[in-house]
Write a protein that binds this ligand. Structure first.
Ligand SMILES: N[C@@H](CCC(=O)N[C@@H](CS)C(=O)NCC(=O)O)C(=O)O
Length: 198
């Protein structure tokens, strides 16, 4: 999701191939050592299969609204958030989302662990309209898709949880054109299909 949102924002000319996780085509396996998506093929020798790397690659190529900030100040701030998001929060998120696979603790236990990060984000959003500034930066796109997954496990709980600034930010991000377009479904790609552009 975050790679798709960033690529939409940068308006780079990118061919989009929608694939099914259960039936990843050989073309994906050839460029993704982890057999995961998103995978971006830049040329026959250069490709990447980490969404955060794709986000950074794209925005460093074209950044019309200055999401990186002067001297990459917002990129540095985003790197610190991603450090927590992609590891401890993502781990709590996966346990909360698939609590039935982790019966050693109740769902609420994993949710509470994830709330530590939500509290930090809410505190940041008391300072600024967005995570690092009064306008969207690379940090908001890096983190939003994961907060969304967390919120969607029990949306009713999320909407009533004591994080008013996070909910305000969440609603704004849901309305961004980049999210709406990234959420759109496309025809599943097969070799020989006519290519579509992002
Ligand atoms: N660390 C990778 C994780 C990518 C990832 O796990 N993608 C999921 C889809 S959201 C996937 O491809 N899973 C493979 C599968 O379920 O077989 C990233 O941030 O890009």
């Amino acid at each position: 999701m975050r790679a798709h949102m960033a690529l939409k924002y940068t308006e780079l000319k990118i061919i989009l191939r929608e694939v099914e996780l259960k039936h990843l085509p050989v073309e994906v396996l050839a460029v993704s050592p982890h057999a995961t998506v998103p995978s971006l093929v830049i040329n026959e020798n250069k490709y990447m299969d980490e969404s955060w790397d794709i986000v950074k690659w794209a925005i460093q190529k074209n950044d019309p609204d200055n999401w990186l900030g002067e001297n990459n100040e917002y990129l540095l701030g985003a790197e610190m958030l991603v450090e927590t998001n992609d590891y401890s929060f993502k781990n709590d998120l996966d346990h909360y989302k698939y609590a039935d696979r982790h019966p050693e603790h109740p769902m609420e236990y994993y949710r509470q662990r994830g709330e530590e990060f939500l509290e930090d984000l809410n505190a940041m959003l008391e300072e600024n309209k967005f995570l690092l500034a009064e306008s969207i930066t690379i940090a908001d796109v890096a983190i939003f898709p994961f907060v969304r997954q967390f919120a969607m496990v029990d949306r009713d709980w999320f909407d009533k949880a004591p994080y008013p600034e996070l909910q305000r930010w969440f609603d704004i991000m849901l309305e961004t054109e980049w999210f709406k377009e990234a959420f759109m479904k496309h025809e599943i790609w097969a070799s020989g299909n006519e290519e579509i552009y992002l």
